[in-house]
Design a protein around this ligand. Structure first.
Ligand code: DSN
Length: 417
């Protein structure tokens, strides 16, 4: 049987992949949930392991032929365990949302009370926001941030927890630029009898690399994606205390999913190996250092940042007073070669599809080796774009300058020069 390479078998898809590769190389990629994975992770994730069905867990599968798959999954599990120091790890969730759904299935019945940070305050849809299944099948109580400093309002968290006695309490964020205080959450959860779940999707790489405190030993269950700061393939994982291991495993399979995506499991194993190195620790600290420099530079150009800065990989710019919506700004920035996403800010007067903020982050650009000089240059370009988002000549000129800068830095997994 003929078995041509993609470029011959499907030149259209091949060309689109090539164009996307070029785009990722030429642009400053600031979406805080994205990254560049290594060539090794790419190779593992696009391997023949995709050909295999493996419902069940290592040693207890429903299909034969698992001699090598079991080893791959055991390696992924043991590497993640070692990296985070957790009792039990499940690497089968297809991504972050399925990982979170598995947690609900493990501990809650429809109608039970759950608590999480509201989406407009920087939480995730799956932490009980009304449009998510988690907000419609459960009695979801949402806490928020304080209006004056946009930080998590622990007085409100404690009050709501006492009044509502949730079964599970989420602490975790997707648009919150500050350290999450796991000790305070753990105390509140203990006081109201809730199981504390930390969703560390955005910051798992920072935790693995030691640049953000770890929730292990404080949250009984921890969920994460594997493709953000962790720099692995698109996937999910759940860590938990031993007492919850059975419930979590049963909820993932057979509760929620069928066969695990074995190529992804291999990619997670490779990413965990890469994360267990001094180079990755340096990377995790550089992400935060870059974000702080970037935040200072943006503020020096007049940008208002929610909470007034950042402790992690993420910056949320509030454009409310800059006469431009987040969507217009993000679209203009994209034309200028700077990719970010528009995002609601706390207490946003605008609608989520055309909100007042833009969300940016440093994981991807730090993977390319950008440092303080580049952070300052990007902040300066951003100020010019946001001040004149319809100036096509300006946007084209900046896109050229951005591309020139990007070409000085290699991108992991990308062969272009
Ligand atoms: N979509 C992810 C993010 O960008 O933060 C969260 O699911």
């Amino acid at each position: 049987m003929s078995d041509p390479h993609l470029s011959a078998a499907d030149p259209t898809i091949s060309e689109l992949i090539h164009k996307e590769e070029q785009r990722q190389f030429d642009k400053v990629r600031l979406i805080p949930s994205e990254n560049y994975v290594s060539r090794a992770v790419l190779e593992a994730s696009g391997s023949v392991l995709s050909n295999k069905y493996s419902e069940g867990y290592a040693g207890k599968r429903y299909y034969e032929g698992q001699q090598f798959i079991d080893e791959v999954e055991n390696l992924a599990v043991s590497r993640v365990k070692k990296l985070f120091g957790s009792d039990h790890v499940n690497v089968q969730p297809y991504s972050g949302s399925p990982a979170n759904f598995a947690v609900y299935f493990a501990f809650c019945k429809p109608g039970d009370t759950v608590m999480g940070l509201g989406l407009p305050s920087g939480g995730h849809l799956t932490h009980g926001w009304p449009v998510s299944v988690t907000g419609s099948y459960f009695n979801a109580v949402q806490y928020g941030v304080r209006r004056e400093d946009q930080r998590i309002d622990f007085d409100e968290v404690a009050k709501l927890a006492k009044e509502n006695k949730p079964k599970i309490m989420w602490c975790g964020t997707t648009a919150y630029p500050r350290v999450v205080d796991y000790d305070r959450f753990a105390q509140i959860a203990r006081d109201c009898g809730a199981i504390l779940i930390a969703d560390i999707a955005h910051i798992s790489g920072l935790i693995a690399g030691g640049s953000h405190p770890s929730p292990v030993g404080k949250a009984e269950v921890i969920t994460s994606t594997t493709h953000k700061t962790f720099r692995g393939p698109r996937g999910g994982m759940i860590m938990c205390d031993e007492k919850h291991a059975k419930a979590i495993d049963k909820a993932v399979f057979p509760g929620l999913q069928g066969g695990p995506h074995n190529s992804t499991t291999a990619g997670i194993a490779v990413a965990a190996l890469e994360a267990d190195t001094p180079a990755f620790k340096k990377y995790a600290h550089a992400i935060v250092e870059n974000a702080k420099t970037f935040a200072e530079a943006l503020m020096s150009h007049g940008f208002k940042l929610t909470t007034g800065g950042t402790d992690n990989h993420l910056i949320l710019c509030d454009l409310t007073h800059q006469n431009v919506s987040g969507k217009i700004a993000a679209q203009a920035l994209d034309r200028a070669g700077i990719e970010c996403n528009y995002n609601s800010v706390p207490f946003d007067p605008r609608k989520p599809f055309d909100p007042s903020g833009i969300r940016i982050g440093t994981p991807a650009i730090t993977s390319r080796g950008f440092g303080a000089t580049e952070m300052k240059a990007i902040a300066s370009w951003m100020a010019k774009v946001v001040a004149a988002p319809t100036d096509a000549t300006l946007l084209a000129r900046i896109a050229g300058e951005v591309s020139d800068m990007c070409h000085k830095f290699p991108a992991p997994g990308i062969s272009l020069k």
